[in-house]
Write a protein that binds this ligand. Structure first.
Ligand SMILES: [Zn+2]
Length: 484
């Protein structure tokens, strides 16, 4: 068995046309039942190790998988990683002479490993505590079907964006935003050209750096999903205009565009051109905003609308700039004052815009308010990005930024500090504004997640942490420490 020529990548989020399959001799595991020709799931279970193809002259097998699967070359496979995202599909290209040879040379155990997405699905369901379903159940469904199925519950706070990203072959931001734009009827209402919409979203997703552990397109998709959850909260849903919703979703999807994976203090101390361009003020947020406006102009998405340019640009900028964590206290005290005086009037355009800013701020830092199994993954990713910055700083003999030194910080202490001084005050006010089941659920998760991190703290640090937790308002925010 030898490795054959390179085959182009076929996107998983749409069915592979039959003529393409037959021309390439390619077989995708993603289309299961029709491919195996066995409508009865029990038959599938017996045949799931088998791979068939349509005609005898086909010599290439094309397998796409979700997950980081490594198969040793001595069994005849030569895996090749594609794309920069670690969970993008992995391609296996094989040249085989017969069906029997393939099946005969690979142990059944190894073939089962190929169906990694099912394993992942089951694991994820177990973590969520949902009933265990037979693996046979999934064999009738393809990736596209699974992703569509997930989108039906896109308004759920338990939405697993990591799983969705795998099911869409790393295209979660495109798929989710496109779905939401359609769901809200915005494409029809604003007469958006679907070709331009799709091109815009593809460019947005590509502009995220998927080698960043945290600030990548999955984070943007996660923020967009959270934004959707907030937009459908009763107070907002009944007062927001379609234009507000469109801007809210676009701002969420683009709010970290072209994020370099380091924070503003790093750009300032390394004399980065962006710091000079934006005079050391909201450097990243200004860049995200300008990048988003650049893509809107490039794709001419709103060119048919009379007020397109200035209005959209200004509103988008105002929303994205609000995500600057160093201005957290400014926004929070304004929010608090409004709530104390009970004078927020959502019929007022500027008040609505302010609430949209607060919603985006919440969406951006909502990771600690997600269920533990999701929240923990985000915590690990953001800390990895911090520590990576710290390593660069050490390498170049720069002062190591707060929370970026892996030798003096742990994931737990970074998270506890972030939750205590940044997340809790914001979500407490949000719950005052939007006193719903969701806001209480978020506070509940926040409390539980913090307790989980506290339990992981070494004993000697617990005393210090307890003292810190008692008086959160007396401590300053770690400036630029958790740029989102
Ligand atoms: Zn962000």
């Amino acid at each position: 068995m030898e490795v054959c020529y390179q085959l182009p990548v076929l996107p998983l989020d749409r069915p592979v046309p039959k003529h393409v399959l037959s021309r390439r001799g390619a077989i995708s595991f993603s289309s299961s039942s029709s491919l195996f020709g066995a409508p009865d799931p029990r038959q599938l279970s017996q045949r799931r190790g088998a791979i068939s193809y349509d005609s005898s002259d086909q010599t290439a097998l094309y397998i796409r998988m979700l997950g980081d699967v490594r198969v040793r070359s001595q069994v005849g496979f030569e895996p090749e990683r594609r794309g920069s995202h670690p969970y993008l599909g992995c391609l296996l290209k094989l040249s085989l002479t017969s069906h029997a040879e393939l099946v005969g040379s690979i142990p059944a155990r190894r073939i089962r490993r190929l169906f990694s997405f099912q394993r992942h699905l089951l694991t994820s369901r177990l973590l969520r505590g949902t009933p265990h379903l037979s693996p046979l159940h999934f064999l009738d469904e393809d990736y596209c079907g699974q992703a569509k199925c997930m989108l039906e519950k896109v308004g759920s706070w338990n939405f697993d964006i990591f799983l969705f990203d795998r099911l869409t072959n790393g295209n979660s931001l495109i798929s989710l935003t496109l779905y939401l734009l359609t769901h809200y009827g915005l494409i029809e209402l604003f007469q958006l050209d679907m070709v331009k919409v799709r091109r815009f979203l593809v460019l947005v997703q590509e502009d995220y750096h998927n080698h960043n552990p945290y600030h990548n397109s999955v984070h943007a998709a996660d923020v967009t999903q959270a934004m959707h959850c907030y937009l459908k909260e009763p107070k907002l849903a009944k007062s927001l205009t379609s234009c507000d919703v469109l801007l809210g979703l676009l701002a969420a999807a683009t709010h970290d565009l072209d994020h370099p994976g380091v924070n503003q203090p790093f750009l300032v101390k390394t004399n980065h051109y962006l710091a000079a361009l934006y005079r050391n003020t909201s450097v990243l947020e200004n860049h995200h905003w300008r990048s988003a406006v650049g893509l809107l102009r490039e794709t001419e998405l709103f060119s048919h609308l009379p007020t397109e340019d200035r209005y959209v640009s200004r509103q988008l900028g105002s929303l994205i700039l609000a995500t600057d964590i160093s201005r957290q206290n400014e926004y929070l005290s304004k929010f608090r004052t409004h709530l104390d005086q009970e004078d927020l009037c959502l019929g007022n355009t500027s008040h609505r815009h302010f609430v949209l800013q607060m919603a985006l701020k919440c969406a951006d830092i909502c990771n600690p308010c997600r269920p533990w199994e999701l929240s923990k993954q985000w915590s690990e990713k953001v800390t990895e990005e911090f520590f990576h910055q710290g390593d660069i700083e050490k390498k170049h003999k720069l002062e190591v930024s707060p929370l970026c030194d892996s030798e003096t910080n742990s994931i737990a202490d970074v998270q506890i500090g972030f939750m205590t001084y940044v997340v809790e005050p914001l979500f407490a006010e949000w719950a005052r504004f939007s006193d719903t089941r969701l806001s209480q659920t978020m506070l509940g998760h926040l409390c539980l997640n913090k307790a989980s991190w506290n339990a992981m703290q070494p004993e000697e640090a617990e005393g210090e942490q307890a003292a810190a937790t008692e008086e959160p308002s007396s401590r300053a925010l770690p400036q630029g420490s958790q740029e989102c």
